[in-house]
Design a protein around this ligand. Structure first.
Ligand code: GAP
Length: 438
């Protein structure tokens, strides 16, 4: 992880928030390459979940919602983690932290940080939602929450979308957006943060067909991660046992990735039944039933949810792509990101800064810019320039050499195989387009 964090900073993928003030540990900022990677990832999700299907519609709901949404959803009462303090070293832990030995609050409870016994407090429930105030007066009546999941924005808009789009059940609503959780123990880089982005889809189905759709979506989502290029042997399903299920779920699977710090969830697939719509119908007094014309019956749909973190998936992609290998006696660090996800698709490099090479390379760069993300680099030896692009995950490097100026061809070096092909400069745009498409 240390090597990856350092590469992410060096190459401009991810920076610590407010670093000049000592940093805000639980928030990270995406730099020039990171923002491209995350955008490519979100675009792929949106294409697969919305554009490629005619039974899913998109939505972009506000982060701030009526506070009663969070009472109805159960988050005000139940979105809590058990919090334990060590009276000795003043550190905080989740009450279910597997490193805690014994029982917190009792004499055998042992602090995982300082090792003291009997110094841990009994677990207290701590609500993870961030609170703020709407309007100028900071009073209880003005409390609003920063949403801890995007899903609720979908539930409260489900009838609007249904009516406007003239969809029929089964159909889904997809959304990408920020979510906020006041996590007790954020950490592991961008794995657990207090501000993050979710890509969520709620699929509304007829009660009784939910189990079938749940199975469909969990396999569909795993296949999507494989298509992104994540190694299948580094992913697995984890089925939630009864004591792990969220307050809204009847069944759940996590998709886990083997991060350097162990197997951990980065996507959840949940059978949320009619829990949320029932609660919103009761709390709002607004009928949320669906009339199924074909069956001539009315019902509250069940919901199968797929919920994946954009940041955690970006971390899984970075971990999976990171390779160190020996090339000609030197260590090469390379990010083997799929071309469609790579922040820069091609670097354009004049072999040397003379004999018309920089001018020709500039022309090629200018021609490609606007169609693809490309980068012109004429600084340093060609070997060092290749290494910089390998670390950035750039799949192709176009080199303009002496022959290029003579016959109008360039070499295209492939990041993963190091194979170099000679391609006509006029054909290079089409050559690249074919290879960077998802
Ligand atoms: N709507 C359901 C829901 O929010 P979740 O399992 O709590 O379910 C879904 O979260 C996904 O959101 C997780 O698999 C993870 O990728 C991401 N996520 C949750 N909490 C996060 C955090 N503190 N930091 C980064 N990503 C987080």
């Amino acid at each position: 992880m240390d090597k990856l964090v350092s590469l992410c900073k060096r190459r401009g993928f991810i920076f610590q928030s407010s670093e000049i003030y000592g940093g805000l540990g639980s928030v990270w900022d995406y730099g020039p390459l990171g923002v491209e990677l995350k955008k490519n990832l979100k675009d792929r999700w949106w294409r697969a979940m919305v554009h490629a299907r005619d039974d899913i519609e998109g939505l972009d709901a506000g982060i701030l919602m009526h506070p009663r949404v969070w009472e109805a959803s159960g988050h005000v009462a139940g979105f809590t983690d058990p919090l334990v303090d060590c009276k000795q070293c003043k550190q905080r832990f989740r009450g279910d932290d597997p490193r805690i030995k014994g029982t917190p609050g009792q004499s055998d409870g042992q602090c995982p940080a300082c090792g003291s016994r009997g110094t841990l407090t009994a677990p207290r429930l701590f609500n993870l939602m961030f609170k703020t105030f709407m309007g100028p007066v900071e009073e209880d009546a003005a409390v609003v929450y920063l949403r801890p999941e995007t899903a609720q924005g979908i539930y409260v808009n489900y009838l609007n979308v249904l009516q406007a789009s003239r969809q029929k059940i089964p159909f889904g609503i997809a959304q990408i957006g920020k979510a906020f959780r006041n996590e007790i123990t954020p950490g592991n880089f961008i794995f657990r943060t207090r501000e993050f982005e979710q890509m969520e889809m709620q699929f509304f189905v007829r009660p009784g067909t939910d189990v079938e759709w749940f199975e469909f979506w969990r396999h569909e989502r795993m296949a999507w991660h494989v298509a992104l290029g994540i190694r299948p042997e580094r992913m697995r399903f984890h089925q939630h046992g009864p004591d792990e299920l969220a307050h809204y779920a009847k069944a759940a699977y996590d998709i886990e990735y083997e991060f350097p710090f162990g197997w951990n969830e980065f996507e959840g697939i949940h059978d949320r039944t009619d829990f949320d719509l029932t609660r919103h119908q009761q709390a709002s007094g607004k009928k949320l039933e669906y009339f199924d014309q074909e069956r001539n019956e009315r019902y509250l749909p069940y919901v199968v949810e797929t919920s994946v973190g954009a940041d955690r998936t970006a971390l899984a992609l970075l971990c999976d792509a990171y390779h160190e290998e020996q090339v000609e006696g030197e260590t090469r660090v390379v990010l083997r990101l799929a071309p469609s996800l790579a922040p820069i698709k091609a670097a354009v490099l004049p072999l040397v800064n003379r004999e018309g090479m920089p001018e020709m390379a500039k022309r090629i760069h200018d021609d490609l810019r606007g169609r693809l993300t490309v980068f012109f680099d004429d600084g340093g030896s060609i070997g060092r320039r290749y290494r910089r692009q390998d670390e950035a995950g750039t799949p192709f490097a176009i080199t303009v050499d002496g022959q290029s100026v003579q016959d109008g061809t360039v070499t295209v070096r492939q990041r993963d195989t190091l194979v170099q092909d000679r391609v006509s400069a006029d054909a290079v745009a089409a050559w690249l387009a074919e290879r960077v498409a998802p």
